[in-house]
Design a protein around this ligand. Structure first.
Ligand code: CMP
Length: 147
């Protein structure tokens, strides 16, 4: 079944010049890139995107990291896109990824538990919410980020 997922190349991935390598992996893996945009989050938009983590100890650090520079948001489409993309990026902690999933994207460009270079939606429901957050034209509701 065709499915969509939201990808972020996080600020560390953009700064480290990993964008082209990540995009090559995306295209070689048979995803269609439906949309792409560069976006600088601020404290408010980052906190809203990560609202589910607002009670966690790492939340303020996460907001600081995600606002530290521009990120690239992309909408990918493919059969089972959510699971396929999560398989490619590997575990959240880049230290773990380097050991258990050495060919994963986070093993290539991630640094640690927080600076893990890329994001992938964790379910089709999250994907639709996250896509509408960045791309107004792909959502029935309202996009938070205005062009
Ligand atoms: P992601 O899974 O894409 O979305 C939540 C992010 O929070 C995660 O990537 C990491 O960047 C960050 N994160 C998750 N767990 C921790 C943690 N224990 N300490 C610091 N950052 C974390």
């Amino acid at each position: 079944r065709q499915e969509r997922t939201l990808v972020l190349i996080k600020p560390d991935g953009v700064k480290g010049n990993y964008t082209d390598r990540i995009k090559n992996t995306i295209l070689e893996s048979g995803f269609l890139i439906l949309r792409e945009r560069t976006q600088q989050l601020n404290d408010e938009t980052a906190a809203k995107f990560y609202a589910e983590h607002s009670s966690k100890g790492f939340f303020s650090s996460l907001v600081k990291y995600m606002t530290s520079g521009p990120l690239i948001a992309m909408v990918l489409e493919k059969d089972d896109a959510v699971a396929a993309w999560r398989g490619l990026i590997g575990p959240t902690d880049a230290h773990v990824a380097k050991v258990t999933h050495p060919n994963s994207i986070r093993a290539m460009c991630g640094l640690n538990m927080e600076e893990n270079c890329v994001h992938g939606s964790d379910s089709p429901q999250s994907a639709e919410r996250e896509i509408s957050f960045f791309f107004e034209d792909l959502s029935a509701g309202e996009s938070l980020i205005r062009r």
